[in-house]
Write a protein that binds this ligand. Structure first.
Ligand code: FES
Length: 150
């Protein structure tokens, strides 16, 4: 076994520290739905009846990512419409440094860590420091409910 010198120890500690620092600041997964798409089955997230009014929401976890399904006032290209019910699935992982955003309130999801705000209608960052939108999951309406499929 090779003796551990002061230089070896410091080099190892430095590399470990750098890896930890990079991990803490790692960019957020911009496409968490890819795992759902590759599973090719989707995850049932509820039924239209679970979202009786605009602003109704349901918290869930999709592909190991905290998420929220929100009923919107208007159709959104990132969501789906079933009759006059417009839904979108948003990741709750803040795109700034990864804290969880709060449940939607009045069409806005806020991050308590540094104050970023995101629109429920598409997930766009409306106040920084976050600049990127919340990730979205693709939804699909099936006979037995709403599924996240990607
Ligand atoms: S982690 Fe959300 S604003 Fe910084």
């Amino acid at each position: 076994m090779k003796p551990v010198t002061r230089r070896t120890a410091l080099t190892t500690l430095g590399a470990t520290g750098a890896a930890l620092a990079l991990g803490a600041c790692a960019p957020q997964n911009r496409n968490p739905g890819a795992a759902l798409a590759s599973a090719n089955a989707g995850v049932r997230v509820g039924a239209v009846a679970d979202f009786p009014t605009v602003g109704s929401f349901k918290e869930t976890e999709l592909a190991d990512t905290p998420a929220v399904i929100v009923r919107l006032e208007r159709a959104n290209p990132a969501g789906i419409s079933v009759g006059d019910v417009h839904l979108i699935a948003l990741s709750r992982v803040c795109t700034h440094l990864g804290c969880l955003v709060n449940a939607p309130r009045d069409g806005v999801l806020g991050c308590a860590c540094h104050g970023s705000l995101f629109s429920a209608a598409g997930g766009a960052a409306t106040r920084g420091p976050a600049t990127e939108s919340l990730a979205t999951f693709k939804l699909e309406a099936r006979a037995d409910g709403i599924y996240a499929v990607g």
